[in-house]
Ligand binder design. Structure first.
Ligand SMILES: *Cc1c(COP(=O)(O)O)cnc(C)c1O
Length: 370
């Protein structure tokens, strides 16, 4: 079987089968446990709930299948990014972050890493290669960046950063492993918020780190065990369940986003649209090369803050909410969080609603918002 998103997706629901004994439940059991039965020599057995848990193991096996690399679960996307930073960086290291990516990554760096002696710079995702990577210990990319949807060339960044001696971390939250595999493109480490599309039902926070570098994974695993930022077994169980349907949800969401984006461009109430799938989008040519799909996030700019809010709140099939990737279509005005975007800029996360019904509701609300 060739290695493709569909080939990996086909195996997802069957990964557990090889381990099942006759009479075992087909669905993954949820193991809520801090203690394990442990007489005598503890080596080689489950010991304590901060060290390991069978429900984490099953989820990590599934994540690892999707990433093509060992994976470790964390209680949120930020816990995953923080684990990479705190496990790998030391005083004197300099790191590079995207200026237009997930805001919290920069705040964490500014508030906590700088006082441990780590310095940082930021750069826009669309020109991330400009200036090279000399002097950096770690280069962090987020592509497509949330919320700008600009992208950068992961292979080119990885080659240049490796030549300069830097590790490359990719936040792959906006694409999921079905949409893009940064490790195959040369990144050393993937971090992602499974809070978003992987869990998909907006009821859990979760994150993971994946890497083919055994030293990196050993350090990140030690950090998790010692710092104690571990996932809850129930959350791990829910993400495992969510991942079983990620492929079908992701395909529907991406298909619908592709259908809707050009109709938004054509709508008179919409001033601008950002979607990597549009032929004239600045991200399009590179997206075709490095992404499997164009994703399910669309950036659209309406005439004003008021118009954008009328559009979001007045649409029967849009849930006003921050965060994205759920089964329900959501939207929000990103300027309300201080992102450097137009006041009328709306980040639309296309959900799993049937395409034509969703478009009818969006069109209706656009018509009424003007
Ligand atoms: C949401 C998000 C995160 C953080 O995830 P949490 O689970 O909220 O901690 C990190 N990166 C990106 C790109 C995100 O969208």
């Amino acid at each position: 079987m060739t290695d493709s998103p569909s080939a990996r997706a086909a195996q997802v629901a069957h990964l557990r089968r090889a381990e099942l004994a006759k009479g075992d439940p087909v669905a993954l059991p949820l193991t809520m446990a801090s203690m394990f039965h442990l007489p005598g020599d503890p080596a080689g057995y489950a010991q304590y709930g901060r060290f390991s848990n069978p429900t984490w193991d099953a989820l990590e096996k599934l994540l690892s299948h999707l990433e093509g690399a060992p994976a470790l679960g964390f209680p949120s996307g930020m816990a995953a990014s923080a684990a990479v930073f705190f496990a790998l960086l030391k005083a004197g290291d300099r790191i590079l972050l995207p200026s237009d990516g997930y805001y919290t990554t920069r705040v964490l760096t500014e508030r906590f890493l700088t006082r441990l002696g780590v310095t940082y710079d930021t750069r826009p995702t669309s020109t991330f290669l400009d200036g090279g990577f000399d002097g950096y210990r770690l280069v962090f990319v987020e592509t497509p960046a949330n919320p700008s949807l600009d992208i950068c060339d992961i292979s080119a960044v990885a080659s240049a950063a490796h030549a300069a001696g830097a590790l490359v971390v990719a936040d792959n939250t906006t694409m999921t492993p079905y949409g893009q595999r940064p490790l195959d493109l040369g990144a050393d480490i993937v971090v992602a918020a499974d809070t978003k599309a992987p869990n998909g039902h907006s009821d859990v926070l979760f994150g993971h780190v994946a890497s083919r570098d055994a030293e990196v994974m050993a350090a990140v695993s030690d950090w998790r065990k010692l710092a104690g930022g571990i996932p809850g077994p129930f959350e791990a169980w829910l993400v495992h369940r969510g991942l079983e349907t990620l492929h079908v949800r992701f395909e529907r969401m991406c298909d619908t986003a592709e259908a809707i984006a050009p109709r938004l461009v054509a709508h008179k109430a919409v001033r601008a649209v950002r979607f990597p799938g549009l032929a004239d989008d600045p991200s399009h040519n590179l997206a075709r090369v490095q992404m499997e799909r164009f994703g399910f996030l669309i950036g659209l700019t309406l005439g004003s803050q008021e118009q954008a809010e009328r559009f979001i709140d007045g649409c029967a099939l849009i849930q006003p909410a921050t965060s994205f990737g759920g089964v329900h279509t959501t939207a929000e005005r990103r300027a309300r969080w201080g992102d450097a975007v137009d006041p009328g800029f709306v980040r639309l996360s296309v959900g799993c609603e049937p395409t034509e019904e969703l478009w009818a509701a969006i069109e209706d609300s656009l018509n009424r918002s003007a």
